[in-house]
Design a protein around this ligand. Structure first.
Ligand code: FMN
Length: 170
């Protein structure tokens, strides 16, 4: 029995890859991006930038850049997350911060009853995605988040046990 809401969201969030065609409320998308923007970052440099894509034609073009394109096409909205290389101060730490931003976004989608999935396979074509959305080269694609109303809520997942993960307690 999970009593804490944050812990409950962490454990109950699942990647959602099937969406109903129902559009996503603009305010809910903004809440997802706001939650992302409240992630921690080194020196509070907030190196994340976002592109919201709802337009079916643009979505189709982006979908063509990953083998998970069917997920992008089915999602009423995608948010592409970019690292602003002009705002960077430390490669590893800035990329870690973007990861925290992405996890906040997934949790915010889940908290609002939406489904979302973090898509990374598309990074093999990150320059092409930047071109499609007309962004200059200092903005580097980190992930695409596909968002929508879940078509079903039966997703399951597995994790290794802590006995495998904790190397030592000294
Ligand atoms: C860096 C990263 C890249 C990912 N790329 C993809 C992807 O390209 N396609 C996809 O369907 N899921 C992708 N995922 C989602 C993972 O498959 C998923 O998080 C994992 O299987 C655990 O399932 P859960 O999110 O339901 O707990 C990615 C997740 C991360 C963190």
């Amino acid at each position: 029995m999970m009593s804490n809401e944050v812990l409950k969201a962490i454990y109950e969030r699942r990647s959602v890859r099937d969406f109903s065609p129902m559009p996503v409320d603009e305010q809910q998308v903004m809440e997802i991006i706001r939650a992302g923007s409240w992630a921690p970052s080194g020196l509070n440099n907030q190196p994340w930038r976002f592109v919201v894509v709802k337009d079916a034609k643009a979505k189709e073009e982006i979908a063509g850049k990953t083998r998970y394109g069917h997920i992008i096409e089915a999602a009423p909205v995608i948010v592409s997350v970019f690292l602003d290389r002009k705002a960077m101060y430390h490669e590893v730490k800035d990329i870690q911060a973007i990861g925290a931003c992405l996890q906040n976004m997934l949790l915010a989608a889940h908290a609002q009853g939406l489904g979302a999935v973090w898509l990374g396979e598309i990074l093999k074509n990150k320059e092409k995605v930047s071109e499609i959305v007309s962004l200059p080269s200092h903005l580097e694609l980190m992930a695409v988040v596909a968002i929508g109303h879940p078509a079903q809520r039966n997703q399951t997942s597995e994790r290794k046990g802590l006995d495998e993960l904790i190397l030592k307690i000294i």
